[in-house]
Design a protein around this ligand. Structure first.
Ligand code: HAM
Length: 419
């Protein structure tokens, strides 16, 4: 063991698990493409101010979880803790308002938050996210959720329930902020220091509290739903009708406020029983003021991000079991044939797009076969003196012990065939 270890909260993903990650990502690409999403890749580094302005200074993410530092020129930079702000910045910077609207983008990649590491919580974690920008109709809310649900269903998840809420439009939220502040102001003494600070900056953030005493205090607080304007109520009603129509299992959870400040109207989360209710595998929502707040066009948006680490952690066996870990055929040279002759054959097969490996050491046939068996090799291609001379190869099936000599030109057809 050396003294060099990975940074706390980060980890190496190794094969064969990486094959599962790739399969999950491939399926995301496939399902998202059905809905017209295309990939965006934004930098992992952004100006710190981007997240302060959008995710919000009073949030846990900005106030205590960001990896921020000054570069050599004193610029304040941050390893992205999420990507919606980055996508919004990129949308504005690259003038995507001139594209056909809505613009549908997805991303897959690492994100960074300084959190206490535990199962399903890492300091470098991975998100698969999607953002739909430029449309504010309830159909877009429903489509985003439907795409997410379709993806999770294709992964084999069953019985997942979408928790849904509406934060309303700015007028609804302002009214609620006032109501919540006047409820909490006289009870300020019962609030912790953090919540007292939030009472000034953004009282909605207090609803996120995990403190039991504060939770009790909040039980009788005014309800967000009561502050919704007529327009916000209608929007939410329409979204719910659409989700009903398409058979999406959801429940309205009035306590769901999400831990980022840019949300407006519809917000949602999906939690996995396995990880516990605290730990959502997906979070998302509408952000109709985000682009405008960054000095861009007044265009709405909605999206979600899936925690890929949590997804892979809780993946149904029906999906992960299908990801193939098959060991490719092994080409073994025996007798006068040299490993380089096996190499020759292997390169020919690879020209045909077939996977194979070469036994690179010269060993006896017996020990080469034993090794192949231990590695789970199911098919062996033997190249001996006779075979070399006759321009043939012996194909051997390890399970049944059957073997057959075939002309070299026909080996490709036998590779991977059952016997
Ligand atoms: P978020 O809820 O902060 O939303 O994160 C989305 C998901 O990322 C979470 O549900 C969780 O699965 C995963 N996640 C977050 N932190 C960690 C961590 N430390 N370790 C492992 N997984 C984690 C957002 O990030 C928004 N940008 C989502 C969004 C997109 N809203 C609209 N568009």
């Amino acid at each position: 063991m050396t003294d060099h270890r990975s940074v706390k909260g980060t980890r190496d993903l190794l094969p064969p698990e990486t094959a599962i990650w790739s399969a999950v990502e491939e399926l995301a690409r496939e399902v998202f493409a059905l809905y017209g999403y295309r990939e965006i890749r934004t930098p992992i580094l952004e100006h710190t101010e981007l997240f302060e302005r959008t995710v919000g200074e009073a949030t846990d993410i900005v106030s205590k979880e960001m990896y921020s530092f000054e570069d050599r020129k004193g610029r304040r930079l941050t390893l992205r803790p999420e990507s919606t702000a980055s996508v919004a910045r990129a949308f504005i910077e690259n003038g995507l308002q001139s594209w056909q609207q809505p613009v549908k983008l997805f991303y897959i990649g690492p994100h960074f938050r300084y959190e206490r590491p535990q199962r399903g919580r890492y300091r470098q974690f991975h998100q698969i996210g999607a953002e739909l920008l430029g449309d504010d109709t309830p159909l877009s809310d429903a489509e985003v959720v439907l795409m997410l649900v379709r993806f999770l269903a294709r992964l084999g998840y069953e019985g997942l329930v979408v928790r849904l809420n509406s934060l309303g439009d700015p007028a609804s939220r302002e009214a609620y902020r006032r109501a919540l502040r006047s409820y909490l102001e006289p009870r300020r003494g019962d609030l912790g220091e953090e919540s007292r600070r939030r009472l000034e900056i953004n009282p909605l953030r207090i609803l996120d509290t995990k403190d039991p005493a504060e939770r009790r205090l909040l039980a009788d607080a005014p309800r967000l739903g009561d502050s919704l304007t007529e327009g916000a109520r209608e929007h939410f009603g329409a979204v719910r009708e659409l989700l009903d129509r398409f058979g999406v299992a959801y429940e309205v959870d009035e306590r769901l406020v999400r831990g980022l400040d840019y949300y407006t109207q519809t917000v949602f989360e999906i939690a996995s029983e396995e990880l516990g209710a605290q730990d959502a595998i997906v979070g998302g929502g509408r952000y109709d003021d985000l682009l405008g707040s960054l000095g861009g066009p007044e265009l709405p948006g909605i999206g979600f991000a899936i925690g890929e680490d949590r997804l892979v952690d809780t993946l149904p066996e029906s999906f992960s079991g299908r990801v193939s870990h098959e060991t490719p055929p092994l080409v073994i040279a025996v007798g006068e044939a040299r490993p380089v002759d096996a190499f020759d054959l292997c390169e020919e097969l690879r020209d045909d797009g077939l996977c194979c490996e070469v036994e690179v050491r010269e060993r006896s046939l017996g020990s080469a076969l034993k090794r192949a068996d231990r590695q789970g090799v199911r098919q062996v291609l033997l190249l001996g003196d006779d075979e070399l001379e006759a321009g043939e190869v012996t194909v051997k099936w390890m399970d049944s012990g059957e073997q057959e000599r075939v002309p070299r030109s026909q080996v490709a057809a036998e590779v991977g065939a059952e016997r």
